[in-house]
Design a protein. Structure first.
Length: 239
């Protein structure tokens, strides 16, 4: 797919997210011949890792689940970008951390309300697509920087039904308060699953493990319930 970010027609970017970092799914037109599609928008004020786009293939991985917090339930989506070139990754890691290994290049967190019917509709629509367009968005300047296309093997349509069923008989609570508490408790780095290289060395937990938090203030416990297909993280390369 040609990298023509100036042709991407996104809906207005939420003003409350200006200058912030995160991920969201949004309808957009990236190809007039195809029409509206659900795109993954990865936004932040400074996408310094863009310099690798010209030199290496990227993989995109997803860890997702539902967390119950005292204010309510939150569906989380931790999208991680992987760099397939080991030499470039080693040099970047040593430059930034002094270590020889780095699990992923960067990661973005998206949160959705599992009680909201529009969440199920959005995930179902995204999961029905053959591809997942990814838009890199400068949240400070409010403009599209890059457009990348990945294969769509993330089970988003399955997550739509699983998340809705998980909270079907529970009170809604306050999603805004629950999302705020989630961000405070769980940095995106703690949610990113093992990458393709690590999955070959050991049997990894599925990216869609369900995290269930009770009413107390203890750390979440992985129940082991799987919400994505039982397979290795997709690690798709851009088409």
């Amino acid at each position: 797919m040609a990298n023509e970010p100036e042709l991407v027609a996104l809906p207005p970017f939420p003003p409350e997210l200006a200058g912030q970092r995160g991920a969201l799914l949004a309808p957009a037109v990236v190809d007039p011949e195809i029409g509206p599609e659900i795109c993954l928008v990865l936004f932040e004020p400074d996408l310094t890792w863009r310099r690798f786009l010209a030199d290496a293939d990227l993989g995109l991985d997803l860890a997702a689940g539902v967390v119950r917090l005292p204010p309510g339930a939150v569906a989380f989506f931790a999208w991680s970008v992987w760099l397939d070139d080991a030499d470039l990754l080693d040099s970047l890691t040593e430059e930034q951390t002094g270590e020889q290994e780095m699990r992923y290049l960067t990661a973005y967190l998206g949160l959705l309300d599992p009680h909201d019917p529009s969440t199920r509709a959005l995930l179902a629509a995204a999961g029905a697509q053959e591809r997942l367009p990814v838009v890199l968005f400068d949240s400070r300047q409010g403009r599209v920087l890059e457009l990348i296309e990945f294969g769509n093997d993330y089970g988003l349509d399955e997550l739509a039904g699983a998340f809705a069923a998980e909270v079907e008989n529970e009170p809604e609570g306050s999603f805004a308060l629950a999302a705020e508490e989630f961000r405070r408790r769980y940095p995106v780095e703690t949610l990113v699953g093992p990458g393709p290289g690590e999955a070959e060395e050991e049997e990894s937990e599925d990216a869609g493990a369900l995290y269930d938090e009770g009413d107390d203030d203890e750390e979440y416990e992985d129940t082991g319930e799987r919400l994505l297909p039982d397979e290795e993280p997709p690690g798709d390369e851009p088409l």
